[in-house]
Design a protein around this ligand. Structure first.
Ligand code: FES
Ligand code: FES
Length: 149
């Protein structure tokens, strides 16, 4: 049994602490907004925040998040108000199939917290998420719009 704080709520979850955080979120906490893409920390579909830092949850054990604040896409909005990245995503019609997008949004939200006005180089080095639909140009435009919001 481990205790995790997910989106502001502490939950006791009966799981092996070595289980990848992604599966704990999806299978035990029922938060399926975080997606499984590659399982080897390459695509970013599984990105969540642990104490505000973007992490690829397929490749970290749940035990790493004990005593920390986990935020998933379901917890990014505050009191029903969308995060500025979510708003920019809507304004720029970023998603196509949508599969990669929750991870993309979480990665961008963490970047903007760290670097409120990211340069192109900052975006290149921090947003390495893969989108099979090729939304990269819309992603970039929406990042700049969110940075101005
Ligand atoms: S599923 Fe985690 S990085 Fe691809
Ligand atoms: S929107 Fe389809 S994979 Fe990114």
């Amino acid at each position: 049994m481990i205790s995790l704080n997910i989106n502001g709520k502490t939950q006791a979850i009966n799981v092996d602490p070595d289980t990848p955080l992604l599966w704990v979120l999806r299978e035990h906490a029922g938060l399926t907004g975080t997606k499984y893409g590659c399982g080897i920390a390459q695509c970013g579909a599984c990105t969540v925040h642990v104490d505000g830092v973007a992490m690829r949850s397929c490749s970290v054990p749940a035990s790493l998040a004990i005593g920390k604040q986990i935020t998933t896409i379901e917890g990014l909005a505050t009191n029903g108000v969308l995060h500025k990245v979510q708003k920019a995503w809507l304004d720029h019609d970023v998603p196509q199939c949508g599969y990669c997008q929750s991870g993309m949004i979480m990665a961008v939200a963490a970047l903007l917290k760290d670097k409120p006005k990211p340069t192109e180089a900052d975006i290149d080095s921090n947003i390495t998420n893969i989108c099979r639909c090729g939304t990269f140009q819309q992603v970039r435009a929406a990042i700049h719009a969110a940075a101005q919001a």
